[in-house]
Design a protein around this ligand. Sequence first.
Ligand code: HEM
Length: 450
Amino acid sequence: MSPAPVGRTPVDLTAAETARVVRTVLAPLIVQGVIVRRPRATAWAERHQTDRAARAVLTGLRERHGGAPLVLRLGLRRFVVVTEPDDVRRLLENSPEPFTPATKEKRGALAHFQPEGVLISSTAERWHRRPFNEAALQADRAVHDEGAAFVDAVRRGMTALTRQLDSTGLLDAESFADVWWGIVLEIVLGPKARGDRELIADLNALRRDANWSSLHPRRGRLREELERRIGSYLFAPEPGSLAAAAYDRGPATAVGQVPHWLFAFDAAGAVTLRALAIVAARPEVRERVLEEADPVGPSPWQTAGRGPALLPYARACVLESVRLWPTTLAVLRDSTGPTRWGERVLPTHTGFVVVSSFFHRDQRRLEHADAFVPEAWLDGRNNADWGLVPFSGGPVACPGRNVVLLVTSHLLARLAVRDLRVERGRYLARDPLPATVDHLGLRFRIAGTA
Ligand code: HEM
């Protein structure tokens, strides 16, 4: 790791600037629901294209203050919003010390349903929980050893989606979610869990509480019930599931990590829906996805003798979807000690904010800021950019990235086989793409049906 740069000296925003950042940047993120999205708020965000205004405000402040980190006081809390990729790099490379991901707000939120999750763990607890996650999720492998079983779960899910499409001609976010949770339950907890919607209902109820962070009382009984349900699968794990991979590495640790895995798969569903919207709106993208997957070949979706195919283009489409419409709205850090930044020393417990949609669509850095260019993930351009952090970066980066890309690319490729049209597809057919797309409002129809 190269030595961390000292960086530009942070500037204090005026009261008017602070109000503008709170109103246009932070409030829309919080209103939409940080842990589980609120459908009416996401529809409102799309109508008002809230990410466009947020980007304009942060771009203006970056120009005015020469890229210096922006300091806001909110009550007793001090937050620093960074606007330059080298500052993102500094935060992420120097995690979890002196910049911990276990921020005050995140601990308040995630403790509702995953108090032992690695993301909100102390540095001492992280010491064994992080390697546990990396090993069970096989973070460094493009295709997990159990990839064939995961893709099988996708195939079964696609059968359900096909039935539904054939009977109604329609696919919307609600009907997609029902099938999606079945796929997720099977991948994470095994085939017997596939129909356990009560587990998902418990999880989602706790996630709704989590949207309020520490302002909502904890529901200990409900959390115990969630843990009991997870345990019923985890302690008798079915082969081919992530539960089995986790159980082998320590059941006691596993039970604390699985709630995060289930929760995080929700984002993967959102990302798939938005990628599908592009596939449905752009015939040339659909053609390339199909070409790669070769669904009519003798052994579709498989690489001879090596399990599921990698599908690099479909993976890049998924990555492009999460770049354009990031699901982790802001990457947060808290400082664990006084930190020198430029000419200033920021006190312990300063909060740091990386607004994903601002960095991911920064026209100053990215020629393709508002365009759909999966090629930029294939030729390495995007991977070299510290501002592009859909799965974060550094020692706390998402260890589920490869599992997500495997599962979503296979589902996307199978969905692409159906000739779907997306409502209001004209906004997605050409660049520039809308700043905000509400995945919960997406509706698809089989081509040729009214
Ligand atoms: C589209 C789907 C997903 C996206 C965009 C995503 C993104 C992220 C991001 C941005 C972080 C880091 C936050 C930070 O730096 O503070 C993270 C952490 C994490 N993700 Fe994901 N994630 C996704 C799905 C998943 C899935 C499905 C799993 C597990 C099966 C998973 C497991 C984790 C874990 C365990 C962490 C915590 C890492 C740590 O604290 O060291 N993620 N994810």
